[in-house]
Each structure stands twice: as structure tokens, then as C-alpha cells.
Design a protein around this ligand. Structure first.
Ligand SMILES: O=C(O)CNC(=O)[C@H](CS)NC(=O)CCC(=O)C(=O)O
Length: 273
């Protein structure tokens, strides 16, 4: 790694994914291309970027386990554009007949650096048009956190509802994570109330860069997501933020500044619990 570190571009890619796989992949490709063209070296896709709100996740998961088509697509995107890529989430079969929400991380050479399976599942009544969410009807929970080294720094991966469980990100800090990425599909009601303060808290308390890529739009009559994809630095400042709709949100990650902050205020050395 070059020393001193020059600030590098990082991108949160916001989508309004629908039920057509090919359309969603095309949008993802265009957004990654835009991010790369604007100089980003890290790009994060949202949760369920490839297929949203569809029962077809089960056939997609079976197909994916057989041929790995979306994983190849992501790997090729990463190497074609020379960018570290976090593949939002895609479904893969779990042994009990449900699926895991899997987030793959690819290096800029297309190599797979790791796969995170969403741990916390969204079974909640939030009082929006959809009413209640029972993610665990279709999804099985993962068990392990993921922290991986990449060309842009050490990355911890969480997905969406995981954001509400700070102990998970603390464990990433125990493994010296520098960047938290959070592919998401936050609901509009909970997102507008909680998304930004929770993200800023995770950034501040762990002194990490946060790159949070959300779905942001109307998916069908009942399902609206909250957008507001964002890049937050390790001081908690919002560096760049989307509204609703497709967006490529880019900001500079200054790793030297983060190191200096961690020296001036060594929070992780002050822990007593
Ligand atoms: O259902 C799909 O198609 C895609 N998956 C999701 O949207 C997931 C599971 S329902 N959403 C969340 O985890 C929202 C969490 C959230 O909104 C909060 O914590 O407030």
C-alpha cells in the first residue's frame, strides 16, 4: 500500500430495483461504470439489487448456486472497471429450504475477497402500507461477521437491519475494520426516522468510514424504500448524500485523516467492557 495514503473515491450506488433481473443488472452495471468514471475505487450496491420484491428469489438462488451467473457478473464488473465492489446482496440456498442474503466482496482484479450472510432478519411491524415484514419466512440468518482486507482498506460488511445492532460493528472494530459498508433496503417510515442517525453513530463510535447504499423509490403499491444513500467519514460528517431514485454518491476517503483521528482520540484503547 502506498504511504502516505492519498484520498480515494468511494461510491454508494442507489437503485430502485424491480422484478426484472436483466433490467436490474443493467442498471447496476451503468452505476458501477459511472462510479469508476468519476474515479471511485470502491463501489457498494444495495441489498437485493438484482431482484427486489419477487418470489423468484428461490429460483434465482438455485440457479445462482448452480452457475454463479451473478457472481461472475460482479467479478467481471470489478475487474473491467478496476474497482473494489461490494455486491449488495443476492440470494443463495440455505440447507433448510430458505435462502441466505449474501453480500460478496470483489477485489479490483475480480477475485472474491469474501462473502457475508445477513445475520439479523427484519421481522417487524412498522405501520407502513406493507404493514409487517417477516424476512425470516424466506431468509435464513447467517452466523459470522465478515471483515476483509482490500486495496482501499479493511472492510466490514453489514446488511440493512444489521445497522440496528451496534455490537456487530464493535466486533468489526475488534478486527481493525476501517470501512463499514451497508447494502440496504430500508423502509420509508423507518428509514426517514432512523437511517441517518444510526449510520452516523456507527461511523462516530467506531471511527470508521461508512458507505451505505440503499434502495430508494417506489417498488410496488406497498413497498417504498427510503433512499438517502450516503458516505460518512470517521468523524461522522456526511460527505455526500442522495435523495430518491437511482444515484451514484461519491466522496473522498481520507485514510490518513482517519488514522490521525484514531491517534488523537484512541477510543478503541479506552474500552473497559
Ligand atoms: O424484502 C425485500 O425484497 C428485500 N429485503 C429487505 O427489504 C430487507 C428485509 S425485509 N429490509 C430490511 O432489512 C429493512 C430494515 C429496516 O427498514 C429497518 O431496520 O428499519
Amino acid at each position: 500500500m502506498p504511504e502516505p495514503w492519498l484520498p480515494i473515491g468511494v461510491a454508494a450506488l442507489q437503485m430502485v430495483s424491480g422484478q426484472k433481473l436483466d433490467d436490474n443488472l443493467q442498471s447496476a452495471q451503468a452505476l458501477v461504470a459511472t462510479a469508476a468514471k468519476k474515479g471511485a475505487k470502491l463501489a457498494v450496491l444495495p441489498e437485493n439489487f438484482a431482484l427486489f420484491g419477487s418470489k423468484k428469489i428461490f429460483t434465482l438462488a438455485t440457479d445462482e448456486a448452480r452457475d454463479g451467473a451473478i457472481q461472475h457478473f460482479l467479478s467481471n464488473l470489478a475487474s473491467d472497471y478496476g474497482i473494489t465492489l461490494v455486491g449488495g446482496s443476492i440470494p443463495l440456498p440455505s440447507p433448510d429450504g430458505r435462502v441466505f442474503a449474501c453480500s460478496f466482496v470483489y477485489g479490483a482484479d475480480g477475485s472474491c475477497l469474501g462473502c457475508y450472510r445477513k445475520i439479523h432478519l427484519f421481522d417487524a411491524d412498522v405501520g407502513d402500507a406493507q404493514g409487517s415484514y417477516r424476512e425470516s419466512d424466506s431468509y435464513a440468518p447467517g452466523e459470522n461477521i465478515l471483515v476483509v482486507d482490500s486495496a482501499v482498506g479493511r472492510i466490514g460488511v453489514g446488511i440493512c437491519y444489521d445497522l440496528r445492532f451496534p455490537e456487530m460493528f464493535r466486533r468489526m472494530l475488534d478486527q481493525q475494520a476501517e470501512i463499514i459498508v451497508l447494502p440496504s433496503a430500508f423502509t420509508r417510515s423507518t428509514g426517514w426516522a432512523h437511517w441517518l442517525p444510526l449510520l452516523r453513530a456507527r461511523a462516530i463510535e467506531n471511527q470508521c468510514l461508512v458507505v451505505a447504499a440503499n434502495q430508494g423509490g417506489i417498488h410496488d403499491a406497498k413497498r417504498q424504500t427510503s433512499g438517502g444513500s450516503v458516505v460518512i467519514d470517521s468523524w461522522g460528517s456526511v460527505l455526500a448524500e442522495a435523495g430518491l431514485g437511482e444515484a451514484c454518491v461519491i466522496a473522498k476517503y481520507d485514510r490518513e485523516e482517519q488514522r490521525a483521528l484514531r491517534q488523537r482520540m484512541p477510543v478503541s484503547q479506552h474500552r473497559r467492557l
